[in-house]
Write a protein that binds this ligand. Structure first.
Ligand SMILES: [Fe+2]
Length: 201
């Protein structure tokens, strides 16, 4: 048995329902300017950049990782601010795990959102989340958070530290198969006509 290094020491993580992890080892932030090509309505995105600036914060992720490799977990929160780009609600970039069979748990802490889920072979699902609800995302499912409410959509997530993220899989397919669009006071799924199918089997 090797002696655990300092970073393996159990750490208290204070999780804020508004998003944020005291004790985190990392935070990354995404800005409006980073979302080029994500929304189907390019003009609506450009208008938003014109109005708010490319450096407007749109979502951020706090996480805690204590080691690399199989067996270790990454735990953190994702905070996605509300917004609309044309008819589409605000989304995260979305990804498939680079080690595709790695699963992930998302537990809603606050706000109201949808986890949009698709597989490379064309299966699709969308799970609405309110505080107290969680979705267990199996391996091999591309996943993206969507904020369908008026408040920040905050989730606690947990996944294997060796999972990694493949973000290009969505862009290479012309976007995800489904869009989450406004529908009255709620949301609906709409076919994305630009989606050309996922090519990585
Ligand atoms: Fe993930």
């Amino acid at each position: 048995m090797s002696t655990p290094s300092v970073v393996d020491i159990p750490t208290l993580l204070e999780i804020s329902p508004q998003g944020g992890v005291e004790g985190r080892s990392r935070r990354y932030e995404k800005y409006l300017g980073d979302m080029d090509g994500v929304y189907r309505d390019e003009r609506a995105w450009q208008d938003a950049v014109g109005e708010h600036g490319a450096d407007e914060l749109v979502y951020w992720v706090d996480d805690h990782r204590y080691q690399e490799g199989p067996g270790a977990l990454i735990v953190g929160t994702s905070t996605l601010l509300p917004g609309r780009y044309g008819e589409e609600f605000a989304v995260t970039r979305g990804h498939l795990h680079a080690v595709a069979d790695r699963a992930e748990l998302y537990y809603c802490l606050s706000g109201r959102g949808v986890m949009l889920l698709e597989t490379l072979d064309g299966q699709a699902s969308a799970v609405e989340l309110s505080p107290g609800q969680a979705v267990n995302v199996p391996g091999h499912w591309i996943h993206r958070s969507v904020n369908v409410g008026d408040e920040p959509f905050v989730t606690l997530f947990c996944y294997a530290a060796d999972a990694g993220q493949d973000y290009a899989v969505i862009a290479d397919a012309g976007g995800m198969k489904n869009l989450v669009v406004a529908d009255g006071d709620g949301w609906a799924l709409k076919d994305n006509p630009d989606h050309a199918g996922y090519r990585r089997q």
